[in-house]
Design a protein around this ligand. Structure first.
Ligand SMILES: [Cu+2]
Length: 470
């Protein structure tokens, strides 16, 4: 059994975690101390010091919940509570989560473990927890009203079941779901195999994160919970680029990334420079005959995907959702297209009324990433993030897979930007340039050659008349 001191030591491994002081000694005898995390950094993997051994996961901008062994049962303590989550430097959101953060801590157990989870409700309303994807007794499934009464504010419930199958799972409330998930209540769950599994490979790096989305008006801090479609913060573990840590691996490491989607739309997840296979879902490991190479895989709502690849190409590889609106932060989603529109005269007139107004968009929107456009407090620029060559012009669901020859085994530290070997970076061409042959103007092989040059294109603008004749 883990003593109180051991428990603190263990909590220390998770880094910067502090035990809540509000729990009395009497309560502590019966309950594992709730460990609270105040940092949004990626914590080092928690190597198990009790129970069956396993290769731990790394939760992107998150952490793993310490446990105590109590007569062969793994005991965890989750506290549902309001939290402040920094989404990226410069923007803090007022969310609901578990043990100090949104998402809550990752729970890691081993196939066959008997697990007991205490859930204390410090929210202003009732809640429950559903253990997504688990085989368990019906009464432990966490559906308020259907399989259990709700956990009232101030109450603690206990869930207990055996983690029967290995895999990638998550947890979230099944009570006032729309509000509680829109506020950030969710967490990851990994059940490691108890022995070598024919469909579960050993990997050197194992990352996990949840996809979620928020609608937080520029200048505000609390999500609009009734939002159905118009989200403006597309997050991995309630963080947005450039606040999402990079995934740092050693050259030729086998890498597994586990992704769960608790947002309201699908996310095609795309890795540069490598091909991966989907090795499992929340339904379990994928049969080998059903795996094929991909560079993008869609993670639909309520689904989980495990992707795996050998990181055998050095460099800084983009890793992101392929929906371009999901790699942007707040602001600008309703900006009209102004490409090709000269509105410089207009800007001068508007400037008389609004001195801060900037004319933007007539050459595209990249200007917005480079200019310091004034934005409300607690709001992130739409596209941002400095790379070694300038603005990355991204936000939201974007990060970087950093593959390095000299990254130490088990070291997850950010190695900094990739130093490209001489002559391997796309560069400005300064030699002579021949006029490009316009194949179509000459007529292709299957088309007759056009002898006389085509007349200059004339555009007749016909305004609709009241008679509708033209
Ligand atoms: Cu997306």
């Amino acid at each position: 059994m883990t003593s109180r001191r051991d428990f603190f030591k263990f909590a220390g491994i998770a880094g910067g975690a502090v035990a809540a002081s509000s729990v009395s000694r009497v309560a502590m005898a019966a309950l594992p101390e709730p460990v609270i995390q105040s940092s949004s950094n990626t914590m080092a993997p928690v190597v198990p010091n009790t129970g069956r051994p396993y290769n731990p996961v790394v939760t992107l901008n998150g952490w793993t919940l310490p446990w105590r062994m109590n007569q062969g049962v793994k005991e965890f303590h989750l506290v549902a509570e309001p939290v402040v989550r920094e989404m990226a430097p410069g923007m803090k959101a007022h969310l609901w989560g578990y043990n100090g953060q949104s998402p809550g801590p990752t729970i890691e157990v081993v196939e066959g473990d008997r697990v007991r989870i205490f859930v204390t409700n410090k929210l202003p309303e009732h809640t429950s927890i559903h253990w997504h994807g688990q085989r368990l007794p019906n009464g432990m499934d966490g559906v308020a009203g259907l399989t259990q009464p709700t956990i009232q504010p101030g109450d603690t419930f206990v869930y207990e079941f055996v983690a029967r199958r290995p895999g990638t799972f998550m947890y979230h409330p099944h009570a006032d779901e729309m509000v509680q998930m829109a506020m950030g209540m969710m967490g990851f769950w990994v059940t490691h195999p108890k022995a070598r599994h024919p469909l579960i490979d050993e990997v050197q790096r194992d990352f996990c994160f949840l996809l979620s989305a928020y609608d937080i008006e520029p200048g505000a801090a609390t999500p609009k919970v009734a939002e159905m479609t118009e989200f403006n913060m597309w997050t991995w573990n309630s963080r947005v680029f450039p606040g999402i840590d990079s995934l740092n691996v050693r050259l030729n490491d086998k890498v597994r990334i586990r992704i769960g989607n608790l947002s309201m739309t699908n996310h095609p997840m795309h890795v540069h420079g490598h091909e991966f296979v989907v090795t499992g879902t929340d339904g379990g490991p994928t049969p080998k005959s059903a795996r094929w190479p991909e560079v993008t895989t869609d993670v639909a709502v309520g689904q989980m995907r495990q992707i795996e690849f050998v990181a055998d190409e050095e460099g800084d590889w983009a890793f992101h959702c392929h929906k371009s609106h999901h790699t942007m932060n707040a602001m600008g989603h309703s900006v009209p297209t102004l490409i090709g529109v000269d509105h410089s005269g207009l800007a001068k007139k508007i400037n008389n009324l609004i001195p801060d107004y900037m004319a933007m968009g007539e050459r595209g929107m990249a200007d917005m990433a480079e200019m310091e456009m004034p934005i409300p407090d607690n709001t992130l620029p739409m596209m941002t993030g400095q790379g070694p060559f300038g603005s990355v012009e991204m936000g939201g669901m974007f990060s970087v897979l950093k593959v390095r020859r000299d990254q130490k085994p088990g070291d997850y530290k950010d190695p900094g930007w990739f130093k490209h070997p001489e002559g391997t970076v796309a560069r400005k061409y300064t030699g002579p340039i021949a006029e490009p042959a316009r194949f179509s103007a000459e007529g292709g092989q299957s088309m007759p050659r056009v002898r006389k040059p085509a007349a200059p294109t004339e555009v007749n603008v016909r305004k609709p008349t009241s008679h509708g004749e033209h």
